[in-house]
Design a protein around this ligand. Sequence first.
Ligand code: FES
Length: 106
Amino acid sequence: MFVVRQGETVFGYRNACPHIESARMAWRKDEFLNADRSRIQCSAHGALFRISDGVCEIGPCVGEALVPVSLIVHQADVWLVGDYEPGLRVNMRGQRPSVDALPKGE
Ligand code: FES
């Protein structure tokens, strides 16, 4: 997962592009934003996503969205809300695939 902060607000998303099932988003370690830092950018084909809701606005998956991760900020700390299972991807409908469907190394 990754977190983007805009002012006092934080947005969390799973590190998976909706365009291709196993594609990670970061184009370099801990780098998820485009050059002017106005959108989240996928490393593979350059899709650009709104930071506020993860919807793809430009690129091969327009209209699809990153899977959000619920977060809260408490006294300058960022906390996950609810369950989160690292390494297990969820599809764009929020459903987890079977373990057999996961790429090796997950
Ligand atoms: S895998 Fe992200 S835009 Fe293609």
